[in-house]
Design a protein around this ligand. Structure first.
Ligand code: FAD
Length: 352
């Protein structure tokens, strides 16, 4: 691609949409290859699903970390991803992606960001939580009713109702059972979607009297004024109602993935995801995608695969920007950028 010579300093080689694990690793790779980069994320904090959805949970399947909390993993990714100083724009959702004068322009509600190439690492797009359709829900949202647990310590000594039958509901029941005063888990069906291992742990916790498990139950009404005080649930087979006092309702009934603006950019989609080829390029030359947002034959929605896809996307984007640049980055162990930095650090150490 012919290099544009915009004077504005904000023209970056790469703009990465999404500051989740994939976007952060892409930012690291961009810096390692000497490309200027920018990350834009609609959330107020970097880390994507790791920090927004399950910061306290342990992740076991990321190479090099036998066990690490999602928050710690995000912290490490942020340190690694920001070491080359990419521009970071938080709290800005990319609304539009257009092409102007030989480069791309990404438009958010706060600015227009020119870029030579684009990496879309937008996860599931904008998440919207599934809601409980019952009286009291809207009024008490964030006043005891929540969609995801940010700080488990808040529930210590409290009476908590968890609603849901997936991993999130079951895992949080298991995590909170030892600190809550009372923990009730209700699900509208008999069958759960949570992992078999978690279900075995849940059954054991129910037998031990640590969790009260009620199936075929749904929430009819959440009671309270400035905070949650009680809840009425009903049996969806008999319509029988039960009201009990609680301090919090965790509505962990999932999220609706919504590609949102991404779907309007003329990018070819497949099963609500972005279709990519083997170089992670979309149907628009210069626009690459990686992580949960992509669809390809071998796709697995995992952090580990997102890392690999980020590396492929960035290295090919570098070659797209400058066809003379090789796709293959070489080994980081041999790269000049790190050797120079280590030499500078060693020199600084000697002089002190
Ligand atoms: P995300 O983490 O979703 O990040 C995408 C980012 O893009 C978000 O921050 C979002 O705000 C932003 N964004 C989206 N659209 C826009 C826009 N238009 N403008 C600006 N920003 C935008 N995976 C594992 O490998 N191991 C596990 O053990 C594991 N456990 C999990 C447990 C739970 C409860 C959940 C929900 C997921 C788990 N995952 C696990 C999946 C893993 O979190 C995802 O695969 C991973 O987060 C995908 O990373 P990503 O960067 O592609 O997307």
């Amino acid at each position: 691609m012919e290099r544009t010579t915009l004077k504005e300093p904000e023209l970056k080689d790469l703009t990465i949409i999404g500051g989740g694990p994939t976007g952060l690793f892409a930012a690291f790779y961009a810096g390692m290859r000497g490309a200027s980069a920018r990350i834009i994320d609609s959330l107020p904090e970097l880390g994507g699903q790791l920090t927004a959805l399950y910061p306290e949970k342990y992740v076991y399947d990321v190479g090099g970390f036998p066990r690490i909390t999602a928050r710690e993993l995000a912290t490490n990714l942020i340190e690694q991803g920001l070491q080359f100083g990419p521009e970071v724009r938080l709290g800005e959702q990319v609304q539009d992606l257009t092409r102007e004068d030989g480069h791309f322009v990404l438009t958010t509600d706060k600015g227009r960001y020119p870029s030579r190439a684009v990496i879309i690492a937008a996860g599931k797009g904008a998440f919207s939580p599934r809601v409980l359709e019952c009286p009291g829900y809207e009024q008490l949202l964030e006043r005891g009713v929540v969609h995801h647990v940010k700080d488990p310590a808040v529930y210590a000594g409290k009476r908590v109702l968890i609603v849901g039958g997936g991993d999130s509901a079951v895992d949080w029941a298991l995590s909170l059972k030892d600190t809550c005063e009372r923990l009730i888990l209700i699900h509208r069906r008999e069958g759960f979607r949570a992992h078999a291992h978690s279900m075995r742990q849940l059954r054991a916790a129910v037998e031990a009297g640590e969790v009260e498990l009620l199936t075929h139950k749904e929430v009819r009404e959440i009671h309270g004024d400035d905070c949650v005080r009680a809840v009425t649930i009903f049996d969806n087979r008999t319509n029988e109602e039960l009201t009990f006092e609680v301090d919090a309702v965790l509505a962990l009934i999932g999220f609706k993935p919504d590609l949102g603006p991404v779907a309007r950019w003329g990018i070819e989609l497949e099963k609500n995801c972005i279709k990519v080829g083997p170089t992670m390029e979309t149907n628009i030359p210069g626009v690459y995608a990686a992580g949960d947002i992509v669809s390809h034959q071998a796709k697995l929605e995992l952090i580990a695969t997102g890392f690999g896809e980020a590396a492929i996307a960035v290295n090919n984007a570098i070659h797209f920007i400058d066809p003379k640049a090789r796709v293959n980055p070489g080994h980081s162990t041999n790269l000049k950028v790190f050797k120079e930095r280590e030499a500078a650090e060693a020199a600084a150490g000697e002089s002190t």
